[in-house]
Design a protein around this ligand. Sequence first.
Ligand code: FAD
Length: 443
Amino acid sequence: MTAKIISTLPKNDDSCGWLKQLPPRIAQPALSGKQHADWVVLGAGFTGLAAARQLALLHPQARIVVLEAERAGEGSSARNSGFLVDSTLNEGHYSAAGLELYRRKYEIKRAGVLAVQQLVTDLGINCDFESNGKIHCTAVKSHEKKILNFSKLLTELKLSHKILAGEELQQRLGSSYYRMGLWTEGGVMLQPAKLARGMIEKLPQQVELFENSPVINWRKLSNSAGYQLSTPEGQLSCEKLIVAVNGFMTNCGVKPNRSFSLTLTASMTRPLTDEEDDAIGRPEPWGVLSAQSMGATVRLTKDRRILMRNTAEVWPKLNMSASDLELRKAKHLNGIKRRFPQLGDDIIESSWSGTICLSGNNANVFSELENGMFAAGCYNASGIGLGVLFGAEIANLASGKMSDEIRMIQTNSNPMLLPPQPFLGWGVGLRLLRDRFFARHEQ
Ligand SMILES: Cc1cc2nc3c(=O)[nH]c(=O)nc-3n(C[C@H](O)[C@H](O)[C@H](O)COP(=O)(O)OP(=O)(O)OC[C@H]3O[C@@H](n4cnc5c(N)ncnc54)[C@H](O)[C@@H]3O)c2cc1C
């Protein structure tokens, strides 16, 4: 492809509960006029910010520009549930070949966890980083087998974990909703908006960030000397381009037939009062993932809020309006009340939407698309660690610097071919319906 007009652009609302906890920040100016840079990074989420940082370390004399459609770091990077994970339950494989495949994917995710840990330590970012593991839970007897199989898999991989049930599980969560849980030692809970904000504030001075600058089209320059990107008020040419837009990847012309986007919505409560906290037994903060695809992701945060994410949909415009969100909020409240019937109906403080990018075989996008144009993304909802890792490594790859991490990432960077639209949309929609049915007691 030599050119692309981008019609679907991000449009963030102001209601994300994580972002509301941050002090206000003045956005950098929008791109204006005609300009040239050595490097352009498209998108200022975890991937783009990590890429820009690494480029600055590698090319101290170069002009490095980041273009962001909205405010930097306020897309999905700030809007996720904050689970930084190495192992995922839904990938359980039990044959020797399957185990090896799982191990490889695990190692990539583990490298992502370490990359975030290193970044947070090096830059002194306070993002409420809590390395207390995560818990996979089920409320349905027939799903207990999944948890037990996952335990077998983790045992094979020698990964520390523990089955929780009965009183122990109830006390750990402050809820009697779940029948069985599996705690894994690997797994960090963090405040994603704080991490993204920290990455923006600690960007090397050499990196120029333009916000509210949606790229509405790009084209390859005819003399094959790079790319030109247009925003409503400016034009920027560059030698090399890194596309880091994840959920908006197919709209930008990247791997349109190998990945697809879903829109997720979440809600967060106000902090529990002392009485409410007493009523649930004052458990330590926790993060729960469902044993069933499309089941709820739930957190009790350090500041005693409950986060509920139990919706995922094919949504053509990707971002949702306030009225669309109201409907999802009712589902979130229902999910909270199922787990904590003692809480009131007016407890939700904020609801928001965000996008994720998936492939059909759980593979990621990480490659040079054509001469001088690179892309990283499609993290299958594990983009905190993978975004930070892949961002830095795509900058290495684009700079001709090989690393062990690149070799490892490349073992899982071939997303399978998907059916064309509208068949893809219909197929994904049907699959979500099916998963939602099986997860109806886990939402
Ligand atoms: C509700 C929800 C819960 C999630 N939970 C988790 C979780 O618990 N753990 C986890 O690891 N992951 C989770 N994810 C996924 C995770 O948030 C993403 O994988 C991650 O944000 C990807 O980072 P990124 O930088 O690649 O993309 P993004 O954060 O989406 O950043 C891309 C940026 O590109 C910009 N952009 C897009 N198009 C253009 C354009 N044309 N011009 C200029 N800029 C553009 C966007 O505005 C955005 O800022 C969740 C996502 C959602 C929505």
